[in-house]
Design a binder for this molecule. Structure first.
Ligand code: CUA
Length: 339
């Protein structure tokens, strides 16, 4: 099974598709079981398909090379022995089909039961809230003062069960990180949970898997699976208040932020910006991507995003901002200092 999955992964990379977002390259037990199920289904249906093709070909080629005189006038009186034989073949084929389908059904329900059972009584709790069109990520560990809020980038420790508490505040979204688990819908007013355990370190991609409006395709997230020490270090850094501006331009940039419409939607811990409509920006500069995985978190992209988010992601709730070149430059200096 293992080398077959690896072969699929190679095909994927040959086609230019990243295995960092692939159900065929599992990085956790749940995805592994889903992968095994998929490979089982694939080979069983392949064998059935080949058998059907074989009989079809025999029928075609037998008829093809017969001459008209090979076909005697049809004998319409039923031959009881022949009839019984045909009946046995049909009943046998139907019975075999039912047995195969039933076996696949049983395997499927065992897999489902097993991937939704939680063996770890003390998992890492992460609350995921789906918004149009980004992911709010809240770490519910270490008591009320230890809560960390971030966006679109989910760090998890390797070898430790993580329980995602999924909810939505607007429309139905679906949380899907194929290297770890199957899809799970986020339904407004009906919180649910899903869990997995990362078995290897690495960066993996996931995305919304339920159509949720104009920018559904640009509602991605990243999962960074890292060692327990790295994870603890990252979490402690995220718990800190935002870095205070040092240079003149950073100080001015902070003033630009706090006196602009930015504060209507965003929070930066350690300042007066406390809104929760948009992503928390306290440690914005520590994230790799912005706009829910749409563009890399570089100075140029960030500037373009602030000035014209509608041009990058039409329909997004963030409005356009008119800033003087000096204000924009200083704002970027400040935002890029928020490690
Ligand atoms: Cu959220 Cu599609």
């Amino acid at each position: 099974m293992k080398h077959q999955a690896a072969r699929f992964t190679r095909i994927f990379s040959f086609l230019g598709l990243p295995a960092i977002q692939s159900a065929l390259d599992p990085a956790g037990q749940q995805a592994k079981q889903i992968d095994n199920l998929l490979i089982l289904f694939f080979y069983v249906t392949l064998v059935v398909y080949l058998i059907v093709l074989l009989f079809l070909s025999i029928a075609i080629f037998r008829g093809r090379y017969r001459k008209p005189q090979d076909f005697p006038a049809p004998d319409l009186t039923p031959n009881p022995a022949q009839e019984r034989k045909m009946q046995r073949v049909v009943v046998g084929a139907v019975g075999l089909t039912v047995v195969i389908l039933f076996a696949l059904l049983v395997k499927d329900s065992f897999t489902e039961r097993s991937i939704y059972s939680l063996p770890d009584p003390k998992p890492v709790d992460i609350q995921i809230t789906g918004h149009q069109w980004w992911w709010e990520v809240k770490y519910l560990i270490g008591g009320p003062s230890g809560i960390v809020t971030t966006a679109n980038e989910i760090h998890v420790p390797v070898g430790k069960a993580v329980r995602f508490q999924l909810r939505s505040t607007d429309v139905i979204h679906s949380f899907w990180a194929p290297n770890f688990h199957g899809k799970k819908d986020l339904i407004p007013g009906d919180p649910t949970t899903v869990w997995f355990k990362a078995d290897k370190t690495g960066m993996f991609r996931g995305q919304c898997a339920e159509y949720c409006g104009h920018q559904h395709a640009h509602m991605r997230f990243v999962i960074i699976a890292e060692s327990k020490d790295h994870f603890e270090q990252w979490l402690n850094d995220q718990r800190k208040s935002s870095i205070q501006p040092v240079t003149q331009s950073q100080k001015h940039g902070q003033q630009v932020f706090l006196s602009s419409p930015c504060v209507v939607c965003h929070a930066i811990q350690g300042t007066n910006a406390r809104a929760t409509l948009g992503p928390d920006l306290t440690h914005l500069a520590s994230r790799q991507m912005i706009a829910a995985g749409t563009i890399p978190n570089t100075r140029g992209h960030l500037g373009g995003w602030i000035l014209d988010p509608q041009g990058i992601k039409p329909g997004v709730l963030m409005p356009q901002n008119v800033l003087s070149p000096q204000d924009l430059n200083d704002l970027l200096d400040y935002l890029q200092s928020l490690k």
